[in-house]
Design a protein around this ligand. Structure first.
Ligand code: SF4
Length: 355
């Protein structure tokens, strides 16, 4: 195992090697975890950055085959009122989280972009404090838009954007999405976001039906090739009332270990990026998010969506209930990490690539 890790230092984009590392289990997985932790300490330190998450709306114009809030699903739909988003942002600020994430289904209309831009500008204005004179940092994760629409969001004050590709494999992408969607469109959007000046993130699902470990190795290679600043990825959790709800998949234990190995290998390959430990890990293990942090992640996203809306933002069936903030901080401190307060927690990679 030590030899494989040394080899990775020499050839970080060797697909065979990445595949072998992603498949390790037991004692070898622990060695992989420890190497990722060491790499994290060396390149981004041991801070954990919190982003308060607000799931703005579960409305979506798209119909991804795996998704619990896809357009054709007959579920109660909501959009959080602007004042309630602002209240969540103020709470986020009071709690000392330096950043907020606004996430939603994909609605490409100008009226939705207007709504988002107004909210972003208000959050920036109304969350200025002595500790954070520029207000909260804002990450958006809202899907694909035109260059003009992205530019407006950036000008309004958002400075990070997460757009997941879900897989870098064209044929697998086509099995997950209706024909109107393409991987090429997402790559182009990521490029546009980067040109505008956003810190750019992407991510994939892990343990999808028909996905091989080699495809996941290709995903890690793609993160490196795209030179992204942030990664948000997690295990596939089925949503029963969808076209992929009952597909044959790996066991929970297998998907969990694969998800953790993906974090570790991505850390070792991409080094100074931010990596989120996502809710989906908790859907497979009661301490999944903590395990993600132990495998090299450095971002956590406590959910601040109003409780009455949160129940209707279910991308998959086993969405865990929200953990108390105090509980999350205590758990993080129990593994020897510290939660950074009142800072954006930007990706070091962004500054390194721009310098
Ligand atoms: S995955 Fe995103 S874009 Fe696709 S249906 Fe779900 S919310 Fe919409």
């Amino acid at each position: 195992m030590k030899q494989l890790l040394a080899q990775l230092d020499e050839t970080p984009t060797d697909i065979e090697l990445l595949t072998t590392l992603l498949d390790v289990r037991g004692a070898d997985a622990e060695i992989l975890r420890d190497a990722a932790t060491e790499c994290m300490h060396a390149h981004v330190g041991d801070n954990v950055y919190f982003r308060g998450l607000v799931e703005v709306t579960n409305r979506c114009h798209l119909n991804c085959y795996y998704c619990g809030i896809r357009r054709d699903r007959d579920i109660p739909r909501y959009t959080v009122q602007a004042d309630d988003i602002l209240a969540a942002a103020r709470l986020c600020s009071r709690l000392g989280f330096g950043s907020l994430v606004l996430q939603s289904g994909e609605i490409r209309s100008d009226s939705y972009v207007n709504f988002i831009c107004d909210i972003v500008a208000r959050i920036k204005r109304e969350t200025r404090t002595v500790q954070q004179p520029n207000g909260l940092g804002i990450t958006l994760s809202l899907g694909v838009f035109s260059r003009t629409q992205y530019q407006r969001m950036f000008d309004a004050g958002a400075h990070r954007y997460l757009l997941r590709i879900e897989t870098s494999d064209d044929s697998l992408f086509a099995r997950l999405h209706p024909p109107a969607q393409s991987l090429a469109e997402r790559f182009e959007a990521l490029n546009t976001l980067r040109e505008i000046g956003f810190q750019v993130g992407t991510g994939v699902m892990i343990g999808l039906p028909g996905q091989t470990t080699r495809m996941l190795a290709q995903d890690v290679f793609t993160f490196k090739r795209l030179d992204v600043d942030m990664i948000g990825m997690g295990p596939f959790l089925p949503s029963s009332d969808t076209p992929m709800g009952h597909a044959q998949i790996l066991s929970s234990a297998q998907r969990l270990q694969l998800g953790l190995n993906m974090i570790a290998v991505t850390r070792l390959v991409c080094k100074d990026i931010n990596i989120a430990s996502t809710t989906a890990l908790e859907g497979l293990h009661p301490h999944g998010r903590l395990l993600g942090l132990q495998y090299g992640a450095n971002v956590a996203m406590p959910n601040l969506t109003p409780a009455e809306n949160r129940v209707n933002y279910k991308l998959y069936d086993d969405k865990p209930t929200a953990q108390s903030v105090d509980g999350a901080v205590a758990a993080i401190e129990s593994i020897g990490r510290r939660v950074a307060k009142n800072v954006f927690g930007d990706s070091k990679h962004f500054f390194n690539r721009c310098s």
